[in-house]
Design a protein around this ligand. Structure first.
Ligand code: ATP
Ligand code: MG
Length: 1131
């Protein structure tokens, strides 16, 4: 998830006021109070615009952790509470992103925390700058150079246990650390320290921390008191472990890149310096009456020479004589004791200070950036702070001058920057009154009338030069200067000022008045090292020492006087200032809260003093002269947009327009603010605080609103969840209950259903069982009946067959006899015919031969062929004659074909033969027989394959008059009534149209009529002319039922159609058809269908034939089903 960026501000959770510019009312008291309030809450950093004021907490604070580094990284200056990291980040980002040279100037008096601040800045930049193995190594080396430099350049002073005694400038290129440059070491400390102070840390560290072995090698003893250069009164510092520090320093030296032999050489030089202090001189009167100094105890000298590889005699001489070269003349003078001590100290100071410079060069070599291209740099400047001691000497004068210059540059650049911002933002600039210390700088550095110029002049002046003469000169030249005070000056104001001793002068520095002891000024400024000594050093068999004194080389003798310490310092400061002016300055103003180096103590008077001389109030005033507060439009809008409806929550237009709307809406007086190009300028802090109050109030309201909305949302969500859950639970409960109920109903239904089904099944079973029993009974009865019938029929058929067989045998014999006779006749006839034919053939042959003998040759082939063919045909026919089948038309036999080419002839012959024998067969029929066969043929055409009864009728001869009416006296009357020839006389069953029952009737068919008469009485019941019979209907089944349909409207049709049943249905129907055809010349319609309509009076009744009912055995039964249906069950 993308991290939500929360815009914070310096104004959030502010203790006191984070930026003094916003202090209201602005006064010294309120300023100090604000600092105190913040200090009490461990807020040691406070802003004055872009300047960071830092108060030394004198205790470790948890505000420099890597987390803090991350917190301040890439954040805007005013976004978080004041911090040194914020300033470091700002400077570093300007360097990185805008490619501007940066310098961070850290000022404040001794012990105010400058060095610590510089280290914090460096560690921050090291943490955020470029990464990579090489860069990391260089960073580590740069950071590790600190302990080394502090060991050699820091010392305990009254004001600070770890006071920097040199100016340190660390340079940082865009992404990589670059160089260190150090300058202006307070070297006088090597030989003499004020009371309560120490020499440089390294001396104490070696003596405390070096192993015995190393001490032996360095020819040192662990006892501090053995060495004159080490002050004894504060040799041990509380909370400082020199031995541990020594190890740290050695370790750091290793990291920075010092080789072991280099470290050894360095320590040897340090030891030599320390031992130099132990060389003492005694006066010895010489012959010429002058005093000459002699070394008291040469043992120390010897050890020094052993350590440094210098010839003892050379060094000894250098301490006793001074050679002055002028115009190719060498003049050697002896040194008195004082001069010898002076020479000794000068050597010690030079050795040490040159060693220090060499160290810096060496470190720079180690960490030098690889690139040759000049890139923009960031410098961190840590100087020694402003010092006011009881006895202030040349060193303090120099140090304070340096601070004075720094203040000067601060004033200049702050004002300049402020002014530039106003111009950049197009805001009108108003002039501000402030104290400019340029006048003090002028007092010191003026080339003609400056104190340093005076001093140089004094030093170079021939004749006796003393500190007093120098003071006198000062008194003359600077008497009227308003910042110079001296008893001896011509300024009457100081004549009676007892606080000002005669040998002193006082300067009103920007940071306070400082009284300087004039004693030693000239010497210290001269800083002379006799050439004999530098030459002795050059001759040393010690590469480092040799390198430290290049001027000792006789080949490079320079007769010019070396520049004085003062002028060197002035030049260095000038270069430094020049350098700073080209860079974008960032200020850290360090303040010391108390003199006791104690935590939690805030000495208001002390702080007030520092605030005053640092000009912090002026700084605030300058910053507030026009507008107290400024902020880019975007940030301003972002912070206060919730105060106006139009800008909250989003402003769509440009930020400036948004801010305008916002300020108009809030009714902020027009004179209270101004619109710059990119920033809004607020004149009065009051306005800002009003905005802040409104914002705070509004934020609370918004928080309440958010809280309200959130709570509402949460409750509603909870409620909805409960509601949904309730519905789910209820639905599940209901479902469960309904499921239970349904299961109950279902099982009950199944029980009821099973009872009912059981009951129905049992009932059905009973019924079926009953039906089965009935059917079985009927079947048994029918079987018995059919058995009887069949046996009777069998007997009859057997009788009939016997009769038929007898007839057939007789007939066959008769036919056989006839055939044999015929055959004999035919054979005779054939033989005769054959003989005739042969004779004829022979005769023909003879004739032909005789006639065609002449053509024979030509026609012989053809003739032979034809003859052969003829012969074959003859043979074929003769063979056929012998193989002729019987004359029975049903005989399917026919001889096989002898020759393939006779195939069609053979088939034709077969056909002709068959037709011939059929004709033969037919020819033997009598007329009566012909009639019978005609009728049978007719019956075949009408019923074959249509009526199941037909096949059974084929074998039965059609008798016609089954009932011999003429013979039965019973029917005499009937016989009389019928005049015509009777074609059919048979008893039929007439089906009663009401109930389907049968009544026997005599059915008579005459040439013109159909007559129905009572069987018993012979009384004619109906007479239907054949012309009135339209149709005869019957089923296709094996029954004898048939309906005679009458023409509608005819006389006979009054009672409707007739439905009969007869055993000779086929014969009757055939005869009826033939008679009707011959009489009416119309074909009677015979319909064969299992369902037909019969007209009974007015009703049409359907007669339906159903097969398979065996109830009445083999006899079809008729039953009236309803008004419209008469059902005939056919077995
Ligand atoms: N930010 C800080 N946190 C904790 N202790 C601090 C801090 N700044 C300074 N001190 C303490 O104050 C002492 C003095 O600080 P520092 O050496 O930086 O002073 P200085 O301004 O460099 O003095 P000088 O001008 O004498 O070199 C340090 O040794 C340290 O104990
Ligand atoms: Mg310092």
């Amino acid at each position: 998830m993308a991290k939500m960026e929360v815009k914070t501000s310096l104004l959030d959770n502010m203790i006191g006021v984070g930026d003094m510019v916003l202090l209201e009312p602005l006064s010294e008291d309120s300023f100090i109070n604000n600092l105190k309030k913040r200090f009490d809450h461990s807020e040691i950093y406070t802003y004055i615009g872009s300047v960071v004021v830092s108060i030394n907490p004198y205790r470790p604070l948890p505000i420099y952790s890597p987390e803090k580094v991350e917190e301040y990284r890439n954040r805007n200056f005013y976004e978080l509470s004041p911090h040194i990291f914020s300033l470091s980040d700002e400077a570093y980002r300007s360097l990185r992103d805008q490619d501007k040279d940066q310098c961070i100037l850290i000022t404040g008096e001794s012990g105010a925390g400058k060095t610590e601040a510089s280290k914090l800045v460096m560690s921050y930049v090291a943490a955020v700058c470029g990464k990579g193995a090489e860069v990391n190594q260089v960073k580590e080396q740069l950071l590790q150079s600190n302990p080394v430099l502090e060991a050699f350049g820091n010392a305990k002073t009254v004001r600070n246990d770890n006071s920097s005694r040199f100016v340190k400038k660390m340079l940082w290129q865009k992404l990589t650390p670059m160089t260190l440059s150090l300058d202006l070491l307070e070297k006088s400390r090597v030989v003499k320290q004020p009371r309560g102070e120490r020499n440089f840390h390294i001396f104490y560290q070696i003596l405390s921390g070096a192993s015995e072995d190393m001490l032996n090698k360095l020819k040192l003893e662990r006892d501090f008191s053995r060495y004159n250069y080490l002050s004894l009164d504060s040799a041990r510092v509380n909370g400082v472990d020199d031995a541990v520090n020594f190890r740290t320093v050695r370790n750091a030296m290793q990291i920075v890149g010092f080789m072991d032999h280099e470290t050894q050489s360095i320590l040897e030089v340090v030891a030599a310096v320390l031992k130099l202090g132990n060389i003492e001189f005694k006066p010895e009167s010489r012959v010429n009456g002058l005093d000459e100094s002699k070394i008291k105890d040469k043992n120390e000298l010897k050890e020094i020479c052993e350590l440094t590889g210098i010839d003892q005699s050379v060094l000894e001489r250098a301490f006793s004589f001074r050679t002055v070269e002028a115009k190719q003349e060498k003049v050697s003078t002896t040194l008195n004791v004082a001069q010898a001590y002076y020479a000794r100290d000068a050597l010690a100071k030079n050795l040490y200070s040159r060693l220090f410079s060499w160290l810096v060069t060496r470190i720079n070599e180690s960490i030098k950036a690889q690139t040759k291209v000049r890139k923009k740099v960031m410098g961190v400047l840590d100087i020694y702070g402003f010092e006011i001691f009881e006895d202030n000497s040349f060193e303090q004068f120099i140090i304070n001058y340096c601070n004075e210059k720094l203040q000067q540059i601060f004033i200049e650049l702050t004002l300049k920057e402020e002014q530039e911002e106003y111009i950049r933002e197009d805001i009108e600039w108003t002039h501000i009154e402030y104290f400019n210390n340029a006048i003090i700088c002028d007092l010191i550095e003026n080339n003609q009338t400056g104190i340093l110029a005076m001093l140089d002049e004094e030093c170079l002046r021939p004749g006796t030069v003393t500190d007093d003469t120098f003071l006198e000169k000062l008194n003359q030249v600077c008497a009227t200067h308003q910042h110079f005070e001296s008893r001896m000056s011509k300024c009457s104001r100081f004549l009676n000022d007892t606080s000002l001793p005669h040998s002193c002068f006082r300067i009103q520095h920007y940071a306070g008045k400082v009284m300087y002891q004039v004693e030693g000024f000239v010497d210290k400024n001269n800083d002379l090292l006799y050439r004999d000594l530098s030459q002795a050093m050059w001759k040393a068999n010690h590469s480092l020492i040799k390198a430290l004194f290049p001027e000792g080389n006789p080949a490079k003798i320079n007769l010019k006087r070396p520049p004085t310490a003062g002028s060197q310092f002035k030049a260095s400061v000038a270069t430094l200032m020049k350098n700073l002016q080209t860079k974008n300055p960032n200020y850290i103003r360090c303040i010391k809260p108390n003199d006791k180096k104690a935590a939690h103590i805030f000495n208001e008077a002390l702080v007030c003093h520092q605030v005053r001389y640092l000009g912090l109030l002026e700084n605030v005033r300058v910053r507030r002269a026009g507008y107290a507060f400024r902020q880019p439009y975007e940030l301003c809008l972002e912070r206060y947009k919730m105060l106006c409806k139009q800008t909250w929550p989003h402003w769509r237009g440009p930020a400036r327009a948004g801010v305008e709307v916002l300020f108009n809406e809030l009714e902020i007086p027009k004179e209270e603010y101004s619109f710059g190009r990119s920033k809004i300028f607020i004149r009065n802090p009051r306005t800002l605080f009003k905005l802040e109050d409104l914002r705070k109030q509004r934020l609370e309201d918004l928080a309440t609103l958010i809280q309200k909305m959130y709570r509402g949302w949460k409750c509603r969500t909870h409620f909805l969840l409960m509601k949904r859950s309730q519905i789910v639970i209820a639905s599940w409960c209901r479902r469960y209950a309904q499921q239970k109920k349904y299961q109950r109903i279902k099982s009950s239904a199944i029980v009821v259903q099973s009872y009912i089904r059981g009951w129905k099944a049992r009932k059905l079973l009973r019924e079926l069982k009953h039906q089965k029993r009935c059917k079985e009974a009927a079947t048994t009865i029918a079987a018995y009946w059919h058995g009887t019938q069949a046996r009777r029929e069998l007997r009859r058929l057997k009788e009939e067959a016997r009769n038929k067989h007898a007839i057939a045998v007789i007939w066959a014999y008769w036919l056989g006899y006839k055939a044999r006779r015929e055959l004999k006749r035919l054979k005779e006839e054939a033989r005769r015919k054959h003989a005739v034919a042969v004779i004829w053939a022979y005769w023909l042959g003879l004739k032909v031969r005789r006639e065609y003998r002449k053509f024979f040759r030509a026609n012989a082939g053809r003739k032979i062929y034809e003859f052969t063919l003829q012969k074959i045909m003859q043979k074929y026919f003769l063979e056929m004659k012998n193989k002729m089948p019987s004359l029975s038309p049903v005989d399917k036999n026919w001889p096989a074909r002898p020759y393939l080419f006779l195939d069609s002839t053979h088939k034709e012959l077969k056909r002709i033969f068959h037709l011939w024998r059929c004709k033969k067969y037919r020819d033997q029929f009598t007329d009566q027989q012909k009639l019978i066969y005609e009728e049978k043929l007719e019956a075949s055409e009408l019923f074959k394959d249509k009526k199941a009864l037909y096949p059974a009728s084929v074998g039965q001869p059609f008798h016609g008059a089954y009932l011999e009416i003429s013979k039965n006296p019973k029917y005499k009357k009937l016989k009389d009534a019928v005049e015509e020839k009777i074609i059919i006389a048979e008893v039929v069953n007439k089906i009663n149209r009401a109930n389907g029952k049968c009544a026997s009737r005599i059915f008579l068919l005459t040439k013109n009529n159909v007559l129905l008469a009572d069987q018993k009485s012979g009384h004619i019941k109906s007479e239907v002319p054949l012309g009135d019979v339209t149709k005869v209907s019957m089923s296709s089944q094996n029954d004898g039922f048939f309906a005679v349909h009458l023409k509608e409207g005819s006389g006979a049709a009054g009672k409707g159609d007739f439905l009969f049943s007869s055993d000779h249905l086929i014969e009757m129907a055939t005869k009826l058809y033939r008679t009707t055809l011959s009489q009416t010349r119309q074909k009677l319609n015979i319909e064969i269908s299992d369902e037909f309509l019969v007209q009974f009076k007015q009703d049409k009744v359907c007669v339906k034939f159903i097969q398979g009912n065996q109830k009445n055995g083999n006899i079809p039964t008729c039953k009236r089903k309803n008004n419209r249906l008469l059902e005939v069950a056919v077995p």
